[in-house]
Design a binder for this molecule. Sequence first.
Ligand SMILES: *Cc1c(COP(=O)(O)O)cnc(C)c1O
Length: 397
Amino acid sequence: MPGFEVFGAEERKQVNDVLETGVLMRYGFDGMRNNHWKAKEFEIAFARRMQSEHCQLVSSGTSALTVSLAAAGIGAGDEVIMPTFTFVASFESIMMLGAVPVLVDIDDTLTLDPAAVEAAITPKTKCVMPVHMCGSMADLAALKAICDKHDLLLLEDACQAIGGSYDGKPLGSYGDLGCFSFDYVKTITCGEGGGIITNNEQYKLHADHYQDHGHDHVGNDRGAETHPFLGYNFRISELNAAVGLAQLDKLDGILKTQKHNYTIMREALSGIEGVTFRRVPEGGVENYSFVNFFLPTQELAEKAHKALGKNGVDACFYWFKNNWHYINGWEHLKDLKSLGNLSSDIKNQIQDLNTTDFSKSDAWMGRTVSSLVKIGWTEAQVKDRAEAMKKAIESVL
Ligand SMILES: *Cc1c(COP(=O)(O)O)cnc(C)c1O
């Protein structure tokens, strides 16, 4: 998955354009910047690649989620439905606004279970946030039907699945808003950065102002701008945007290599009795950044993961016992360990996550092992790896 593997002359050239002018900011300083508008250019190119009307770049994937929610008018006390398997950014971005995360089970897609989503809807629900984990997507048609029925926002977190598609549409472009991360370990990186896509002109306008202190961005004198509403600073810097512009050009090549390497590993694992694969919803195309598979039981999955490590197969993950991506590791959320006082909406409304039953999620996550797909591997290295994976897994079955 990591775009840092292909960092090179193109990224340096883009950054140098900015360094030569010294205008490290995306706005203003028109006379000094020698016509370089890297963030602007990246936004136009990214919207086009994602077949969307608008893109707003921001400082991270987490801020992309926060700014998206804010742009759609979500605030204190509003409930946002999110999955138990995701990155901590999901609940962070929601709680940042005083809104309330509602965690629900995943299914064999390793993403939101539509039935669990429907069961969690209350009069306070405003948004459903599917997270397309590890290269593949949620059942977006089912989620969209639920959102339409209950008049809810569909906000896709496509941070781990950039370049995948569903129903012929790039992931992130199917819902009302889609979010991406360009942090250092993502499929394309700009060091730190994030992007929002939408076809909704008002959300774009809101996002544009909100991520820059509420400035209206009218005219070319920043000092004279007014503030139609409150905002914060979630801006991307021009240097980061410059890196992203070069990386975006490499996205399709990265996806092609990922698919090639993924296919070799998947074919080897397909030959093992007892190994099955994560379900990809009909009409979905993965971005091939991970191979995700199930062992018959939790015990065997743990053993297989250990055997992979022992046999020198690196970059394999057992998310069930991982501190970042599954509710099992989120003590700080479960016990609401906040430095300062949390908003009363959150304190009053949040589930007791220490006692909520997530056995359905546990049943899938406990059996799941994932292998990262790197792009720098040679053909021979991938083949050796695939064989080593097969051997290690067979040794525990
Ligand atoms: C990386 C990631 C994010 C957050 O991105 P940052 O740029 O690191 O803030 C959000 N959601 C998912 C699923 C991610 O993997």
